[in-house]
Each structure stands twice: as structure tokens, then as C-alpha cells.
Design a protein around this ligand. Structure first.
Ligand code: KDO
Length: 328
């Protein structure tokens, strides 16, 4: 009897020790992004990390990998679906590869400004579109971050008033079909290049230009290898801080709530800083010697909108969705 009690006590102590050991090992959450250090959507990941680790002490170790050092740009959703990556900031273009309806958010001149962006994704439209991502991709979107409004950034100064003025311009766009299509709708010859290779491609002249929001042009130092910014405002861009469904299902309700709050706080930090920077950066680029020009934006808007409405992409947009977005 005594031997049995001792064995039982030993087993209990062993279980307790195991439980402590399990508690002692925080769960690693790996986040991968092509963002460069200092860009606001890279910095917001540290806000996320701090929020999670401070709210749930000892439970998580959030590991941030910038510059696409862990996964190449655009490969993150598949990695999350396979369970090889926990989190990433994915684009509408990444999502549209698997959910064609999402191509509506890759089209130029649909989302009007950061406020409109917020309203769209906080509405039923946002909820329905996020549901599609959960159901068809097994990925949970935690927050929407404003990446900025995309402008053309050219290696050599050119007179660009309308899309016709971009004929023959080798415009770098990211590597997926929806991005390339946007480049074509702008009137240029799109060339696929990964974000982290753009600086060199501009420097060596393999491309004539690229498009990105002003804060990214600054943080990735594209102003060092370009001469002009054309204020086309062609895409009010966004990235979605997301988590693999495989990782998500391992979290309990409290942890899920903290992850959502942390992602919202991170996006809030990003949006405020980015919107403030967008207002003041033109002066910075002028000081760097860049020429800033205003195109005929209406001509770009008309051309790009027509290009999309007459494309197979528009056929995949759910009935009435464009009107609902416009009405918000
Ligand atoms: C880019 O490659 O131009 C882009 O701006 C596309 C975005 O979707 C996003 O991937 C972004 O790069 C990276 O986060 C780097 O800033």
C-alpha cells in the first residue's frame, strides 16, 4: 500500500514538473515579411510582439523576420497553409491568387483614401471577405494596415501626364498576375521583380521605375536611385496581418483575444505614422533632388477603371460588391 502511495505521489510530482516545463517553454510565433527595417509595417510588428508578450507573460516568443529573409515575398500564404509559418502581412494580390473575388481590392482607383479603406474593411463587406479567407485558405486576418497610396517613381525624368506617356516604360511591379495587370492598366510595360531586388534593378537600369507609397520609397531608399515621383495615387494599398489557421487553432479564447487586440494596436500605430509621413515626405524627396510632378489624374483614373471593368477580373467580383464599396 505504502509503495503504491509513493508511486502515485511520484507520478503526481512528475506530472507537475512536466506541466511547469511545458509552461516554461513559450510558443514560438514566427512572422515573415519583405518589409525593410524602419518602414512602419515592419515597426508595427514590434508593437504586436510587445503587446502579446506583455499581456501573456511567458506564453509566446514572437520572432520577427524582415527583408524576406525567412520566406520570399508572396510565398507566405502557402507557407502558412502548410503550417511552416505562423504569421505574415499578406496582400490582396496574394489572396486573389486563391480567391479570385479578392481581385476587386487589387484594382486601381477603387478604394479612395485611408478613411474609405477603414470603412470598407470594418463593414459587412470586410467581414464577408475575411470569412472567405478563413473558409477557403484557412488563414485568419487579424487586422488591416494602410500600406500607403502608391505613386510612380521613375529612374529618369519624363513628362508623364496620361497613361499613353508610360508606353514602353519598364515598370517594376511585384510578381503576381494582378500586380502585373495593374502595371499594364497604368499604360506601362510591367516587369516582375521581388521587392527586395528593386533597389539594385533601379540602380543598374534593368527597370525604368517602380511604384510604392512614399514612406516605403523613403525607407527602402529608392530616392537614391530615382529622379522623379509622379503623383498618380493609383492604389490605396493595404496589407493584412494574418495568422495560419493551424497556429490559430492552438490558441485558447483569451490568447485569441490578445492576438486580435495586439494586431489592432499594431495597425493603429502603422496607420498614424504612415498617414503623417505621407503628408510631409514630398518635401524630403525634393530636398533629395527628386522632381515631383502632377499627372492628369482623371485621365489615369478613367483609363485604369475602364481597363479593370473590361477585364476578366471584374467578372469574378461578387454581384453588387463594387457598388457597396463605392457607397461606403
Ligand atoms: C511591393 O513589392 O512593391 C510591395 O509594396 C507590395 C506589398 O504588397 C508588400 O508586399 C510590400 O511590398 C512589402 O511589405 C515591402 O514593403
Amino acid at each position: 500500500m505504502r509503495r503504491m502511495l509513493r508511486a502515485l505521489a511520484g507520478a503526481l510530482v512528475g506530472t507537475a514538473l512536466l506541466a511547469t516545463a511545458a509552461q516554461a517553454a513559450p510558443m514560438k510565433i514566427r512572422i515573415s515579411t519583405p518589409a525593410v527595417p524602419g518602414d512602419w509595417h515592419a515597426e508595427m510588428l514590434y508593437i504586436f510582439k510587445e503587446y502579446v508578450e506583455r499581456s501573456l507573460p511567458g506564453q509566446f516568443d514572437v520572432e520577427i523576420h524582415l527583408n524576406a529573409t525567412l520566406f520570399k515575398q508572396g510565398t507566405e500564404p502557402a507557407a502558412m497553409q502548410r503550417g511552416n509559418l505562423d504569421m505574415a502581412m499578406i496582400s490582396a494580390q496574394d489572396i486573389a491568387k486563391q480567391i479570385p473575388e479578392w481581385s476587386i481590392f487589387t484594382a486601381g482607383y477603387i478604394i479612395r483614401d485611408p478613411e474609405h479603406l477603414k470603412r470598407v474593411f470594418a463593414s459587412d463587406v470586410g467581414r464577408e471577405m475575411f470569412d472567405l479567407v478563413r473558409e477557403r485558405m484557412g488563414i485568419e486576418i487579424l487586422s488591416v494596415a494602410y500600406l500607403g497610396t502608391r505613386e510612380l517613381n521613375l529612374r529618369e525624368v519624363r513628362d508623364v501626364k496620361t497613361p499613353a506617356d508610360l508606353a514602353g516604360v519598364k515598370l517594376r511591379m511585384p510578381g503576381s498576375d494582378t500586380w502585373q495587370f495593374l502595371g499594364r492598366c497604368l499604360g506601362a510595360d510591367p516587369v516582375p521583380v521581388a521587392f527586395n531586388e528593386v533597389y539594385l534593378a533601379l540602380k543598374t537600369g534593368t527597370i525604368d521605375g517602380q511604384d510604392n507609397p512614399l514612406p516605403t520609397d523613403q525607407k527602402a531608399k529608392f530616392y537614391e536611385v530615382t529622379e522623379q515621383i509622379v503623383l498618380t495615387h493609383h492604389l490605396v494599398d493595404k496589407v493584412f496581418l494574418s495568422i495560419s489557421g493551424k497556429t490559430w487553432s492552438k490558441l485558447d479564447d483569451e490568447q485569441k483575444e490578445v492576438f486580435r487586440e495586439a494586431a489592432q494596436a499594431a495597425a493603429f500605430f502603422n496607420d498614424n505614422n504612415r498617414i503623417r509621413d505621407e503628408k510631409k515626405l514630398l518635401k524630403f524627396f525634393e530636398e533629395q533632388g527628386l522632381v515631383i510632378t502632377e499627372p492628369d489624374r482623371e485621365a489615369f483614373r478613367r483609363h485604369v477603371q475602364e481597363c479593370y471593368l473590361n477585364s476578366p477580373y471584374a467578372e469574378t467580383w461578387p454581384e453588387g460588391l463594387l457598388e457597396r464599396i463605392n457607397a461606403l
